[in-house]
Design a protein around this ligand. Structure first.
Ligand SMILES: C[S@@+](CC[C@H](N)C(=O)[O-])C[C@H]1O[C@@H](n2cnc3c(N)ncnc32)[C@H](O)[C@@H]1O
Length: 284
């Protein structure tokens, strides 16, 4: 992405989460701050016409996946807290709102939001604009995954590598090089027992059938024209093998069928995720 300006995809994804709050019943991911955080102007426009961002037939797949991945990550975070997780690191946080609706009692969790400095400055200005106060247990850690090590950036923010940590990494890996993704995963693999990570990733285009390939190309073109081209693609089986080799004892890949069965069954509106949706869950 262009580092001299905030991430455009962070706003787009936040708009999808906001639209989900207004359009979909029942909600898969309930986020009472989602509409506010997109900014006053966008929120008014969305409230006036919640369908206006459904620009292509793929929009509802994307909205469903954005909702499902946040829900899955936060469910895994809750399981992590039961295992002793006391630090939550949100990698490439964008306009994620967890820190402002954290359900855990005071003192349970310290939250670190990691993102490009420009995007963090923009987010802080946005929070101020919409009147969301920063909680005391949130620290911003400015890091560029491709230029800096995560440990360096997190340590500077007060992160303790010796404590049990849950990491979420949503909507980010596809924008990095495969090497940068693996180096971050190796860092996560050095966290103590009980730690874990949930992330989504883009599957290798070579695994797609012609109809899926068309959807892939349309989406890839859209993000590239926003200045944030996809760079990393993975084969699910090989990625799982690499994660096990890094030391993760539990590794599960959730593809579209499993995600739909878990979060979207028996819906009247037929909301569901599309075939490009993959989530990885890895822990010790
Ligand atoms: C599509 S947004 C997703 C935001 C958020 N995780 C969500 O689901 O709403 C991608 C995020 O990754 C961040 N990002 C992209 N490349 C990055 C890099 N090299 N270093 C740090 N953050 C990066 C962007 O700034 C942006 O916040």
């Amino acid at each position: 992405m262009k580092q001299n300006r905030p991430s455009a995809t962070a706003q787009r994804v936040a708009m999808q989460r906001a639209a989900h709050q207004l359009l979909d019943d029942p909600k898969v991911f309930d986020d009472p701050i989602a509409v506010r955080i997109i900014g006053k102007e966008s929120a008014s426009a969305l409230q006036a016409d919640a369908h206006q961002f459904e620009t292509t037939p793929l929009s509802s797949y994307l909205r469903a996946f954005v909702a499902a991945r946040s829900r899955f990550a936060e469910e895994e975070l809750s399981l992590g807290v039961q295992r002793g997780v006391c630090q939550y690191v949100i990698l490439g946080a964008g306009l994620d709102t967890f820190a402002f609706r954290n359900p855990f009692p005071e003192g349970v969790l310290h939250i670190y939001e990691v993102d490009q400095p420009k995007t963090q400055t923009w987010k802080r200005a946005r929070l101020e604009e919409v009147g969301v106060t920063l909680p005391g247990n949130l620290t911003f850690a400015p890091v560029d995954f491709e230029a800096q090590t995560l440990l360096e950036g997190l340590r500077g923010a007060g992160y303790d590598p010796g404590r049990c940590t849950f990491f979420s990494w949503l909507g980010v890996t596809e924008y990095l090089t495969a090497e940068a993704v693996k180096s971050t995963l190796r860092f996560i693999a050095s966290a103590p027992a009980g730690s874990g990570v949930v992330f989504d990733y883009m599957i290798s285009p070579s695994l797609l059938n012609p109809a899926q390939r068309l959807r892939f190309d349309a989406l890839a073109q859209r993000v590239a024209s926003a200045g944030e081209p996809w760079k990393a693609f993975f084969h699910p089986g090989l990625l799982m093998r690499d994660l096990r080799a890094m030391g993760f004892g539990f590794v599960e890949d959730k593809g579209p069928e499993e995600i739909n069965a878990r979060y979207f069954k028996n819906r009247k509106d037929e909301l569901r995720v599309g075939s490009l949706s993959h989530l990885m869950n890895a822990r010790f």
